[in-house]
Design a protein around this ligand. Structure first.
Ligand code: NAD
Length: 257
């Protein structure tokens, strides 16, 4: 198994892309820590389910990625990690003049600052072992912009910059850092936007998906959580050992337009 003996921590991984990445890392043989801010029986059951399916050791650790001390405590509770996937993220859509200040702060904390705090806690252990992978989940919105998503786009561009700096500091230590930039993936964060878009545009669900959401995705298809997981596993491979400080778009051609 490619990742046998490696421990991965995936932030915000009880749903969507994080869950998809956790599953693929476990399938590749890594022990995986799943995380979110909740502590429900369902969270622990999910870890048990992936463990049963893959044979990997999978545990759930509750930690709120909006809180710097909990970001660092997550890495400590995991016992350090060889693979860190910074994935937790939230969204809010409003014009800048109407964007609530507390929403801006929450998005910057969860989507950007958490990756700084977890990386700060995880990197020393990776340097000591001479091997590590930091994978930050940015977005096509880390490379391009859209109106009404100021905090999200600022955070996702910030994640690309943080990934480059992490890569430079880690260079020569066996540790790489890259950002995956997904286009639209049909997960709860996207699903929640569909009713609003239907109302705003006066369209049915299928038309909103085709003409609004996927308008910028030339493939006309959503990317999948399995594809994000596969990309993360690739970044952990020997073939990717010299890929560092860059972005990998999995966006159906969005950023080629
Ligand atoms: P999602 O809503 O399904 O998942 C978000 C995850 O983050 C959940 O597990 C949630 O519990 C967790 N989370 C939220 N707040 C948290 C907190 N305070 N502490 C810990 N965990 C927290 O959405 P998703 O689409 O799977 O998004 C995952 C990442 O991918 C996000 O960073 C998002 O910006 C990014 N992304 C998504 C898309 C897309 O189209 N779905 C596209 C580009 C980038």
């Amino acid at each position: 198994m490619q990742l046998a003996g490696k421990r991965a921590v995936v932030t915000g991984s009880n749903s969507g892309i994080g869950l998809g990445i956790a599953r693929e890392l476990a399938r590749a043989g890594a022990d995986v820590v799943i995380n979110s801010f909740t502590d429900e029986p369902a969270d622990h059951a999910l870890a048990a389910e992936i463990a049963a399916e893959t044979g990997a050791k999978v545990t759930y650790i509750q930690a709120d990625m909006s809180k710097p001390d909990q970001c660092r405590a997550l890495i400590e509770a995991a016992g350090g990690c060889d693979i860190l996937v910074n994935n937790a993220g939230i969204q809010h859509v409003a014009r800048i003049e109407e964007f609530p200040g507390e929403k801006w702060d929450a998005i910057i904390a969860i989507n950007l600052s958490s990756a700084f705090h977890t990386s700060a806690a995880a990197l020393p252990g990776m340097y000591a072992k001479g091997w590590g992978r930091v994978i930050n989940i940015s977005s096509a919105h880390g490379l391009t912009a859209s109106p009404y998503k100021s905090a999200y786009i600022a955070a996702k561009h910030g994640i690309v910059g943080l990934s480059k700096t992490t890569a430079l500091e880690a260079a020569g230590k066996g540790v790489t850092c890259n950002a995956i930039c997904p286009g639209y993936v049909l997960t709860p964060i996207v699903e929640k936007q569909i009713p609003d878009q239907m109302k705003t545009h006066g369209m049915d669900r299928e038309t909103v998906i085709k003409e609004v959401m996927l308008a910028r995705q030339p493939s006309g298809e959503f990317a999948t959580v399995e594809q994000m997981g596969g990309t993360a596993v690739f970044l952990c491979s020997d073939a990717a050992a010299q890929i560092t400080g860059t972005t990998i778009s999995v966006d159906g051609g969005w950023t080629a337009l």
